[in-house]
Design a protein around this ligand. Structure first.
Ligand code: GDD
Ligand code: MN
Length: 358
């Protein structure tokens, strides 16, 4: 096993940054054996030529892709060509300070499989970010946490600055769309221990950011594709199916108890609602979330209580929307109710994935 640290740096028109970058990496890693692998997408500003020239003085290699574009796919390409067992990934524009690399390495040496340089842990930060960019970024993190449970243990799954043991990606098929290679790795990679190290995302002083609305759209596509690949879409479909079965239980009991047992219809309804919550819970526990339930009677009952509480709030949401739309917006009441059911289903699903079956 080679002790070399390989640093993959995707570049697209970064000529004015790479001399400083290479010098600072060298300063930070002078006591280590390392290599820098630039993956350049045929920049028109001479980035690749300058990087190649640097290789006479520093351990630098340059890979030029002629017909492809994309940050994440450039990193995947680089991963296939690195020599080291330990691999770091970072930007070329100095927004990722190379001086953080030794701290990442220490985490790997103490057993982490992936270490993320993070803006969203204590002492991490973003320099000069306006409110809008902050909100967009936090919103992106929230979406990832909401829709892809395996990213929840990392506060900054959108970071482009991280280190990993190559084993993590050795036998997985990485198919990222767009910018966020770490997201892909956190969802499909094979690892046990992850860690985060704070850093400050700096200001770009040379060259231009390639970030555009296109990347934001790609991010959503990427999340969708990961949900599909990891079975999270199927899970949601199962949850809806179970919900539908609950409607049958609910309506069936309302009818049976009122017609044949002579109960007052509101009492039958209350029994129907509670029974459907319990049957929904059992089906979800054994079917929808079978891979996420911990064994033991006590935990089972704990989940039942949580599910029950979430569902009762769900019923309140359903009623509130039914009332609001019907009374204030003059929507036909059956249509209002469908909107209420949709909102309550989303509420139930997400709160339960976050809390009941976390
Ligand atoms: N090879 C290649 N191909 N490299 C690219 C491409 C491409 O199509 N597009 C961008 N890069 C390189 C840039 O040259 C730079 O080294 C790095 O990828 C980041 O690009 P920027 O355009 O500077 O991205 P950013 O600053 O908006 O976004 C960064 O910050 C995010 C945190 O919010 C990226 O590093 C993200 O990975 C990071 O998560
Ligand atoms: Mn940048």
């Amino acid at each position: 096993m080679s002790k070399t640290i390989s640093i993959i740096i995707p570049t697209y028109n970064e000529r004015d940054n790479i001399i400083t970058l290479v010098k600072r990496i060298h300063g930070a890693l002078s006591s280590y054996s390392y290599e820098i692998v630039f993956v350049d997408d045929n920049s028109s500003d001479g980035t690749a030529e300058l990087a190649s020239a640097l290789s006479t003085e520093y351990p630098v290699r340059v890979i030029v892709r002629q017909n492809e574009r994309g940050l994440a796919s450039a990193v995947v390409h680089g991963l296939k060509h690195v020599e080291g067992q330990i691999v770091a990934v970072m930007d070329a524009d100095l927004q990722h300070p190379p001086e953080v690399i030794p701290a990442l390495l220490r985490e790997i040496e103490s057993g982490a499989d992936i270490v993320v340089a993070s803006r969203y842990v204590k002492e991490g930060a973003c320099q000069d970010w306006g409110l809008i960019r902050r909100i967009m970024s936090k919103g992106g993190v929230f979406l990832a946490h909401l829709l892809l449970p395996s990213t929840r243990q990392i506060n900054d799954p959108m970071s482009g600055f991280f280190m990993l043991n190559k084993q993590v990606v050795a036998s997985v098929d990485l198919k990222p769309t767009g910018y966020k290679i770490l997201l892909e790795i956190l969802v499909v990679g094979q690892f046990r221990k992850v860690a985060e190290v704070p850093y400050t995302f700096g200001t770009r002083t040379s060259g231009e950011s390639k970030l555009s609305a296109r990347q934001q759209k790609d991010y959503l596509k990427h999340i969708y594709s990961l949900m599909k690949r990891k079975g999270e879409l199927l899970r949601f479909a199962k949850f809806c199916l179970v919900g539908l079965s609950g409607v049958l239980v609910n309506t069936g009991l309302l009818w049976l108890l009122t017609e044949f047992a002579g109960f007052f219809y509101l009492l039958s309804a209350a029994i129907g609602i509670e029974s459907s919550i319990i049957s929904n819970f059992a089906l979800n526990d054994f079917f929808t979330f079978h891979d996420r339930r911990s064994p033991g009677m006590k935990l089972f009952l704990g989940r039942l209580i949580k599910f029950n509480m979430v569902s009762l709030v769900g019923v309140a949401i359903n009623m509130a929307i039914l009332w609001l739309l019907t009374e204030n917006l003059e929507v036909y009441y059956l249509l209002s109710n469908l909107c209420g059911i949709a909102a309550a289903t989303l509420w139930n699903y997400f709160v339960n994935t976050w809390w009941t079956w976390k």
